[in-house]
Design a protein around this ligand. Sequence first.
Ligand code: ZN
Ligand code: ZN
Length: 275
Amino acid sequence: MSTRYDLHAHTTASDGTFSPRELVELAKKNGLSGVAVCDHDTTDGIEEALEAGTQYGIEIVPGVEINTEYEGKEVHVLGYYFDRSSTVLQDLFLQLREERLTRMDRILQKLRTAGIQISEKDVLAEAKGASVGRPHIARVLVRMGYASDIRDAFDRWIGKGRPGYVERFKLHPGQAVRLIREAGGVPVIAHPGLVGKDAIVEELIPEGLLGLEALHPDHSPEERKRFSQMAENLGLIATGGSDFHGAGAEHRGDLGSVYVDEHVVEQLKKRSLMF
Ligand SMILES: [Zn+2]
Ligand SMILES: [Zn+2]
């Protein structure tokens, strides 16, 4: 029987709607052998997933997804099998979390100027202790009737060029790659098709880049092929995952709709400094 691993999923520890335990239950239900928990800028969901994984017989691949920016493009860097207690990464997550809160305050201020009254409390309640992001603000906007759905909230209020838009703190992808490597992990560029700038892949190799997420729901069949080929040519691990966020408008793919074979997981383990 073939093994199926979905190497990109989010939980309530960041902007997913499934708790880590619920994610593992769904992985079981969907017939997966394993799932990678890759929350944005936090490892808080991993412990609960590991416990549930033991219970359900699902292998948990510990991961993270770090948001960075490169020449005006948003670049997400995935990290797998790193030392979760490493201060280099945890310090970065703390800094990013603080930046997120500052950014949220500025967004809410701008929305107030535009006549929309949303309190920080509303947004934090929506985030339920997870790292705060614009999707949480969007959900509050929808709930309060300022937008019809999440997409509308971005298009109308908080997307780029809209009244409540605030630039995010910029981290260079090279720095994220270096820190993941420093923590013993395997850095991988997430959904390069969404970055739209292939040159970045080669530029990040000297920084320690080891993989490329070739398979992603937002990649066309041609892109999947192209990035798989590119990974092979450059000696990078070609990974893949659904970028599952749960039910709702930010939902990308169903859990397990994009998957890789266990040999990809073995390659990740081989390149990690944790084993
Ligand atoms: Zn991403
Ligand atoms: Zn993601």
